[in-house]
Write a protein of this length. Structure first.
Length: 390
């Protein structure tokens, strides 16, 4: 692995010196420049100096007291130096800061006090991701599936959406964070490990260890299985932020089955998501619940990310789709037909609908996957090259 050039931005002089020693100590990277102040505008001389250094990585320290300034700097540097990878350094106890840093453009969040090993692992992950052929340096997108009300069909949708994305684009992970994980059953898989194992080993988790915790489905989809008992040690949301940070840097698409889990973890993962698919039926109680769930998930921002999926859809005289949207207060994204026999047989046999060709419902999942990825540049490229070969 070639030596990476690193710029360190930290207002605290001691922290700046410590980071410099740690970076150089990894022996795969070298600190080429350090900045004592956070840039506040594109015209700031600090930005120019960093550009001149042309770093592959910029480490931004997020102090507890002036966090907002550091977050603004991350956003600015992400815009001004789009080819440099931004690593944020801060406290793991503030889940919202982690989310904000990642949304501002940081691709890694590293805990303070930092060790040489933490930095080394982050540098290795960066080098591995850059080697991957998928969209250069970009992070994967997360789609989270939550229920308005228990049993609305979240797991069915998560499993089949993940399979549809896998067959269209490859490099997809399905992560089961439901209170009791059913996704493996839907795919007739017998996982040896689960999300809990990945969380327990976060301190040494790299891409190969992560993959060893995942169970591969025949078409290539990788499942990080859920809990097989309803009681378990509740990991902190900060640990989930760290896990998803890694998932997003290794997979092109990450589909999350949250089913009916409604807690800080689901909210955190929703915050990291491109789109949250809120699954509901079209009855009054379900739509009322959908409105409440959207309110809960949107409390920390990003309400517009939550979109409605009407499952078991059938036309009801006198009740339109606009009525459903108005009742839930959520924009309609997709409708999935009601096919009880096909769906329940698929679950009982562990053969997902996407593996059974030509059913209406499988076409609906393919359409949903296409809709969710329609603006992704690489998808357009794929379509173009397919067209050329015809
Ligand atoms: N489109 C559909 N048409 C008919 N039946 C469906 C459809 N989608 C799901 N079902 C049925 O709904 C039931 C629940 O499905 P699923 O396990 O996917 O729900 P869930 O929302 O994940 O449940 P939980 O809240 O327990 O996690 C299943 O028995 C399935 O057969
Ligand atoms: Mg479920």
């Amino acid at each position: 692995m070639p030596e990476l050039s690193v710029v360190i931005v930290a207002s605290d002089s001691e922290q700046r010196a410590v980071l410099q020693v740690l970076v150089d100590g990894t022996s795969v990277a070298r600190a080429v420049h350090t900045c004592p102040s956070y840039p506040v505008a594109a015209t700031d001389p600090v930005v120019r100096r960093i550009q001149t250094a042309n770093p592959e990585v910029i480490l931004v320290d997020i102090p507890a007291d002036t966090g907002a300034l550091a977050l603004r700097a991350i956003e600015l540097l992400h815009q001004e130096l789009p080819d440099s990878a931004l690593f944020a350094i801060g406290s793991m106890s503030q889940a919202q800061v982690i989310v904000n840093a990642m949304r501002s453009g940081a691709r890694e969040f590293i805990e303070r006090p930092t060790t040489t090993t933490d930095l080394l692992e982050a540098f290795v992950r960066l080098a591995t991701a850059q080697r991957k052929v998928h969209r250069e340096g970009a992070r994967g997108k997360v789609f989270t599936i939550v229920n308005a009300k228990g049993g609305s069909g979240a797991t069915t949708i998560a499993v089949n959406l993940a399979l549809a994305l896998q067959s269209a684009h490859g490099n997809v992970a399905l992560v089961d964070i439901a209170q009791l994980g059913h996704a493996a059953l839907h795919m007739n898989l017998k996982p040896l490990f689960s999300v809990a194992d990945a969380i327990r080993n976060l301190h040494r988790l790299d891409s190969s260890l992560l993959e060893s915790f995942m169970t591969r489905h025949s078409g290539g989809l990788q499942l990080l299985a859920g809990a097989n008992t309803p009681v378990g040690l509740e990991p902190s949301t900060a640990e989930f932020a760290r896990l998803f940070d890694m998932l997003m840097s290794h997979f092109r698409y990450v589909v999350v089955d949250a089913s009916s889990r409604m807690d800080g973890t689901t909210r955190l993962v929703s915050n990291l998501s491109e789109t949250v698919l809120l699954v509901t039926h079209a009855d009054v109680a379900s739509l009322w619940s959908a409105a409440r769930v959207q309110q809960y998930l949107g409390e920390t921002g990003g309400r517009e990310r939550v979109q409605l999926v009407l499952n078991r859809f059938r036309k009801i005289p006198g009740f339109s789709e606009a009525d459903a949207e108005a009742a839930a207060g959520v924009k309609l994204l997709w409708k999935i037909p009601n096919q009880y026999f096909a769906v329940s047989t698929a679950i009982d046999r562990g053969i997902p609908l996407m593996q059974q060709n030509h059913t209406d419902i499988a076409r609906s999942f393919t359409g949903l996957a296409a809709r969710l990825t329609e603006n992704d540049a690489d998808v357009k490229r794929t379509a173009w090259s397919l067209f050329k070969t015809v």
